[in-house]
Ligand binder design. Structure first.
Ligand SMILES: Nc1ncnc2c1ncn2[C@@H]1O[C@H](COP(=O)(O)OP(=O)(O)OP(=O)(O)O)[C@@H](O)[C@H]1O
Ligand SMILES: [Mg+2]
Length: 422
């Protein structure tokens, strides 16, 4: 197995005393390219041309990882995903990651595989820095157990742990147009009808459109809260007549970068304490807000229409998530936009993706009609097939409550307003 480790800091590289001839350490891209073909390449973001180098190795079918001293940087994740790398490693954790790759080293205390920290442990303290400077024994047999850390946020200060009151639901899909926003909105309205207090967080931070979809005008967004224009996050929430609350995405898409890991944690931490259900609409990218939501979600719906290409893409991303040790049991497949002709069987899709099937949402022409009017299709008879399927899904989320009539839900809405919940 030929392995490449490429970092501009020779001192750092010298810590990796492996004694293996097939382990190549280089400080420049030129040397890396000249060193031939590798099975595994680890490239540092501290090389100015790391993206080009990563592309070169991905193009050679090398299993390529990016190592970064700052893995909270959204750009690194975005670019890594675009290039087709396998993942991002924290620089100080490279020795363990490599040893696991090479020796199949399995931690003793993780039930056969390494786990990300649980919700309640999501603090910077959950990162164990003990092994930070112990690089000598890398790739040798006497390795320390793998750090019980989220590969994504090992560094900065302590954020609040997210304590989820009832449900934190993530709608995720690897491609655009798979119905993430439609399902976020309609599941939200469906749960409001069941008497829950619900907020939708638009974490599709670069092109979010929840408020536009619902034709509600956001006066403020999460950016105002980040910049301190609004101290209270609840002041940034927008009301929809159904009772749904919305935290809109940045209006200026470039400001999406402001939604860092820390900001995402704080937002979810506040909202999960206040609402029964927090629904997160995500971008089709493994950027910080998406990853943080997934780590803390109680349910993650992976949305996939019956289309072979999307199934293949979804499988790739799930594999990537597996590599950074997500709790797979939380992921459920939601087949969306299923036409009557059923080009693919939902059960076959679930088997291919190795995910439990959470439901099938039919393709319903009424969805588009109502969406264009700014109405949630779940409230319309025109989209009754869609509405039925979403209501079934809502029953699995909040099974113990009877489905309330709309009138009743309105009463709940005013009750909650009076009680100051919303
Ligand atoms: N079940 C359905 N039946 C018919 N049309 C649907 C259905 N679900 C969604 N659509 C339509 O598909 C389009 C894309 O849906 P939506 O915007 O929810 O996807 P998305 O995954 O959020 O996309 P993006 O990644 O661009 O944010 C919309 O026009 C929506 O009205
Ligand atoms: Mg969307």
């Amino acid at each position: 197995m030929r392995i490449l480790l490429c970092d501009p800091n020779n001192e750092y590289l010298q810590r990796f005393n492996t004694g293996r001839e097939d382990f190549v350490k280089v400080t420049t891209s030129k040397e890396a390219i000249g060193a031939g073909v590798f099975n595994l390449a680890v490239i540092s973001t501290e090389l100015p041309e790391w993206e080009g180098l990563a592309r070169h190795f991905v193009g050679q079918n090398t299993e390529t990882y990016i190592m970064s001293p700052n893995i909270t940087d959204i750009n690194v994740w975005k670019k890594t995903t675009e290039i087709g790398c396998k993942g991002v490693w924290a620089k100080e954790n490279v020795q363990n990651e490599l040893s696991i790759k090479i020796q199949g080293h399995i931690p003793q205390n993780a039930g056969g595989r390494s786990r990300r920290p649980l919700r309640g442990q999501l603090t910077r303290d959950s990162h164990n820095n003990e092994n930070h400077h112990v690089a000598e024994n890398v790739l040798t047999k006497n390795l320390p157990p793998r750090q019980q850390t989220a590969a994504y946020h090992p560094q900065s200060q302590k954020p609040p742990a997210i304590v989820v009151n009832r449900e934190l639901i993530c709608f995720f899909g690897v491609d655009g147009g798979v119905s993430k926003t439609t399902m976020s909105i309609n599941t939200g309205v469906g749960l409001i009808k069941k008497g829950q207090s619900v907020v939708i967080v638009d974490f599709d931070v670069f092109s979010g459109n929840v408020s536009t979809r619902l034709k509600v005008a956001p006066v403020t967004t999460m950016v105002d809260w980040i910049k301190g224009h609004n101290e209270d996050l609840s002041k940034c929430l927008v009301d929809h007549p159904s009772g749904l609350k919305i935290l809109p995405a940045p209006l200026n898409h470039e400001e999406g970068e402001l939604i860092t890991e820390e900001v995402a944690i704080k937002i979810l931490s506040i909202l999960t304490r206040r609402f029964d259900v927090v629904i997160v609409d995500t971008a089709p990218l493994l950027i910080a807000p998406t990853v943080i939501t997934m780590e803390n979600a109680t349910r993650i719906y992976v949305l996939c229409p019956p289309d072979a290409a999307t199934v293949a893409n979804t499988k790739k991303v799930i594999k990537r998530l597996d590599m950074i040790h997500f709790e797979r049991f939380k992921f459920k497949l939601l087949v969306t936009k299923m036409p009557k002709s059923k080009p693919l069987e939902a059960n076959h899709m679930a088997a291919t993706l190795e995910l439990e099937l959470a439901g099938i949402i039919p393709y319903d022409e009424g969805v588009q009609v109502e969406t264009n009017k700014g109405n949630p299709p779940i409230l319309s008879r025109r989209a009754k097939n869609f509405a039925r399927a979403v209501n079934i899904l809502c029953n699995t989320i909040a099974p113990n409550l009877q489905v309330a009539s709309e009138r009743f839900s309105l009463l709940n809405f005013f009750r909650r307003r009076k009680e100051g919940i919303i």
